[in-house]
Design a protein. Sequence first.
Length: 257
Amino acid sequence: MVTQISEAYVKKELHKGIATVEFHHPQSNSLPGSLLSELAHTISHLAHDPNVLVIILKSSGEKAFCAGASFDELVAIQNEAEGLKFFSGFAHVINAMRKCPKLIIGRIHGKCVGGGVGLAAAVDYAIAVEGSDIKLSELAIGIGPFVVGPAVERKIGTSAFSQLAIDAASWRNADWAKRKGLFSELHPTIEDMDESISKLANTLSHSSPEAMHEMKKIFWKGTEHWDELLIERAKISGRLVLSEFTRNAISKFKAKS
């Protein structure tokens, strides 16, 4: 099944209990609101499908895994209500992944920026290839990683999260991300990465669904309040994105691209 959103899409496939969810956007797999909504809906649907035993989350192409929020939509936000609606999209995706009773494997084939780091942090087991560098660039445009922050901090700890959030202009390489716990595995080639993903997904598809569900509840213990927390964080971003600083910063970024 493919849900078309202009040139972007969310695609899902199911084979022998393994559901693969792929998202695509022509601008480095960035995430406009429509794509975020479809991602959240797709993951929530798979969460309740008894035929689904494990989920693989991936994006298209061979370059960036995810460039984060769509700059086109950021500059189009006119008021706090629109800002809240847009940033709530990230909250809904992360919460859908958090509440999904199936384990989610992330296929990280390239660089992750902003919300892309949040997606990598929200999967249960991220398998990456060398070159999948990460950056939380939000402060550089006058906002902050408020919505994705709890997911990233949960995965790599407060110290490493603070380093990423403060040094918003710098990349951290994939080895750094693995050492901090964001990536579970790091492979030298795409082929090695895909082989590892296939092997793990196959193993999990033959494991006890009830046991995996109970494990996931333990892994995410202490996040029960995130439905409210992430929306509160979205309000902060939705307010800050209206600032003159952010407008100017995004315009400069867009001019470079």
